[in-house]
Design a protein around this ligand. Structure first.
Ligand code: SAM
Ligand code: ZN
Length: 399
């Protein structure tokens, strides 16, 4: 097939596809090829797609029947094609993109991988496309929203197009608003205030889930988070939706605030959207800052992490080792409280030399508190211990 732009063949997972030749679009060093190319393909998001295939497979096995899959912003089709080729019991895959060049290429790529019979490719606005499936018996089991920037403009239509018990996967790449660099953009998009703390990536996940929760509640739908991760410059959430006003109420009760002291590292959570918030730090008296409303409940499920890990090919390539490590960390921290401490940040503020992370974790555990590492930050510790104890242990270890 002839394309009006330079192309190349890439292999990813079990498929091989034609994509725009990204090198042709990078005119100067540091330029971002994927956004200049006529059809979107970003090789750097491979881990995102690998995780999506694993989570989708784990979810399908949990359901124990064939599932329908939808990717309304597909670009060159790579994610949808991988779902069709690597999902063992995937029925129809529905992909869509607003860019006609993208859907032309996606069709070609499905054909190329002998998957044309399994797919329906559409070329329209994602919300319009999703709305066509927002009726009983038409809805999907799995919807994957992987947009430019924020997934929020597609949440309402995606929720309506998901069946009861369906799985919604969301990518957000707009980390500047979510991490508090542009707080007003975050309030506007996500309905919650971010905070530029050392644990802002976790807050970003909680803000996105909070936004989803409030949007789902409007449709009398509750949410349950099976998996979430923060990797490179994006966050990703996998949420199951449960129909019912009571379940929606239950989810809304998981909303609240994180209150933070920039002076002494104290932080606490405050449950409920209309809860009165503490203004002054109980530890040092400084003014407290606040993030939210956001989701305070679990952002991963240990059992689902186990199921997802089981789907990893044990051939142990470098990527597979990275994925196993990532899911193991998420599994270990699944039951931990919100927020984490970054040892280097505390040492920096207290002018201390940095002790080994494992010693800090051991020290906190010996003091009688739970402590785990976190995938959010390679120097972070999630713990039930208050900031005063964490600082005391770090100080002892540094002297
Ligand atoms: C980040 S890319 C998708 C990448 C793809 N999901 C993957 O895994 O490689 C976002 C895509 O959304 C498409 N898009 C943007 N606005 C859209 C809209 N309103 N409706 C449908 N597609 C849209 C773009 O053309 C682009 O291909
Ligand atoms: Zn304080």
């Amino acid at each position: 097939m002839d394309f009006s732009f330079p192309t190349e063949i890439v292999k990813e997972g079990q498929v091989s596809i034609v994509v725009p030749r990204l090198a042709a679009y990078v005119k100067e060093a540091g330029e971002y090829g994927p956004s200049k190319a006529p059809v979107f393909y970003n090789p750097a998001m491979k881990l995102n797609r690998d995780m999506a295939v694993l989570a989708m497979r784990a979810y399908q096995k949990k359901l124990g029947r064939e599932i329908s899959v939808c990717e309304p912003l597909t670009g060159c089709g790579i994610r949808g094609i991988r779902f069709a080729a690597e999902g063992e019991v995937v029925g129809r895959v529905f992909v869509n993109d607003i860019n006609p060049e993208a859907t032309k290429l996606a069709k070609f790529n499905f054909d190329r991988n002998k998957m044309a019979g399994n797919v329906l490719v559409s070329n329209e606005d994602a919300n319009l496309f999703l709305s066509r499936y927002a009726a009983p018996l038409k809805r999907f089991d799995y919807v994957d929203i992987d947009p430019f920037g924020s997934p929020v403009p597609y949440l309402d239509a995606a929720l309506r197009a998901l069946r009861n018990g369906g799985l919604l996967a969301l990518t957000a790449t707009d980390m500047a608003p979510l991490c508090g660099v542009h707080p007003s953009a975050c309030v506007r998009k996500y309905g919650g205030k971010p905070l530029r703390t050392e644990y802002c990536h976790e807050l970003a996940v909680r803000l996105l889930v909070g936004c989803l929760t409030m949007m789902a509640a409007k449709h009398e739908i509750g949410v349950e988070i099976l998996l979430s991760h923060s990797t490179d410059h994006y966050i990703r959430v996998y949420a199951v939706v449960h129909y019912g006003a009571r379940l929606a109420d239950k989810s809304v009760r998981m909303m609240g605030y994180v209150v933070h002291c920039f002076s002494c590292f104290h932080r606490e959570t405050s449950e409920g959207i209309i809860s009165p918030l503490r203004r002054d730090c109980p530890e040092c008296g400084a003014k407290l800052d606040v993030a939210g409303p956001l989701w305070l409940d679990r952002i991963a499920n240990e059992d689902f992490c186990f199921l997802t890990k089981r789907e990893v090919d044990q051939r142990r390539s470098e990527q597979e080792r990275r994925i196993l490590k990532l899911i193991s960390l998420i599994q270990d921290e699944a039951e931990s409280p919100a927020t984490y401490y970054v040892v280097d940040k505390i040492c920096d503020k207290l002018n201390l030399s940095v002790p080994p992370l494992t010693k800090v974790v051991d020290g906190v555990r010996r003091a009688g508190f739970q402590a785990t590492l976190t995938h959010f930050n390679s120097r972070g510790v999630k713990t039930t211990a208050p900031a005063s104890i964490v600082k005391e242990i770090i100080t002892k270890l540094s002297t």
